[in-house]
Design a protein around this ligand. Structure first.
Ligand SMILES: Cc1cc2nc3c(=O)[nH]c(=O)nc-3n(C[C@H](O)[C@H](O)[C@H](O)COP(=O)(O)O)c2cc1C
Length: 177
């Protein structure tokens, strides 16, 4: 299967980077083709809502690394969103990527699966509610099917996450696709 993993943290060795690494390790072991896009280290400008794309067959007015990802997303069968929880939602870095889906909505909607891997400091039962709601609404809008989630609450830093079962869960999620 062709997979695209989009990460949203500026921490190269943070909690969500570990979840992404373990997921990719499992997926590659069983032969899946993985493209990783680390949004915090790419040049992705925010959507200008200029609607240039609506009259240019989905071409965006920005010329940045999102253009390449957009082409990749048309081909991919599974998109994995990996984000730290920032004020009860996704990080700005990954949200900028998602907002740029606007140019490609018609080309990417339907026939895809998605996953969500997230980590947060908080450990309340409502910590991830806002993020999950946004993810579910996005999938409903794009007619994508949810293929699984890992919500690693109570994990402020990598050293804490390493003491939990979440990295193993991420590995198995990739391996069992
Ligand atoms: C700007 C910012 C906002 C955050 N907002 C939340 C939040 O709303 N709830 C929460 O539980 N943790 C919040 N956190 C903590 C992170 O989600 C947590 O430390 C996470 O493990 C960081 O992942 P990373 O190491 O992959 O960057 C926030 C951290 C930052 C820097």
């Amino acid at each position: 299967m062709k997979l695209t993993v989009i990460t949203g943290s500026p921490h190269k060795k943070g909690t969500t980077a570990l979840l992404a690494d373990k997921f990719i390790e499992g997926a590659k072991e069983v032969g899946h083709e993985v493209v990783r896009f680390d949004a915090a280290f790419e040049n992705v400008k925010p959507c200008l809502a200029c609607e240039y794309c609506s009259i240019h067959d989905g071409e965006c007015v920005h010329k940045d690394t999102m253009n390449e990802l957009s082409k990749q997303l048309v081909e991919t069968e599974l998109i994995v969103f990996v984000t730290p929880l920032y004020y009860f939602g996704m990080s700005a870095q990954i949200k900028a990527v998602i907002d740029r889906f606007h140019a490609s909505n018609a080309k990417i909607a339907g026939n895809k699966k998605a996953m969500l891997l997230a980590a947060a400091y908080g450990a309340d039962d409502w910590t991830m509610e806002g993020l999950e709601k946004m993810y579910e609404s996005m999938l409903r809008f794009l007619a994508w099917e949810d293929a699984g989630k890992i919500m690693a609450t109570g994990c402020p830093v990598r050293e804490v996450l390493e003491q939990t079962d979440y990295p193993q869960q991420a590995y198995e999620m990739g391996k069992n696709l």
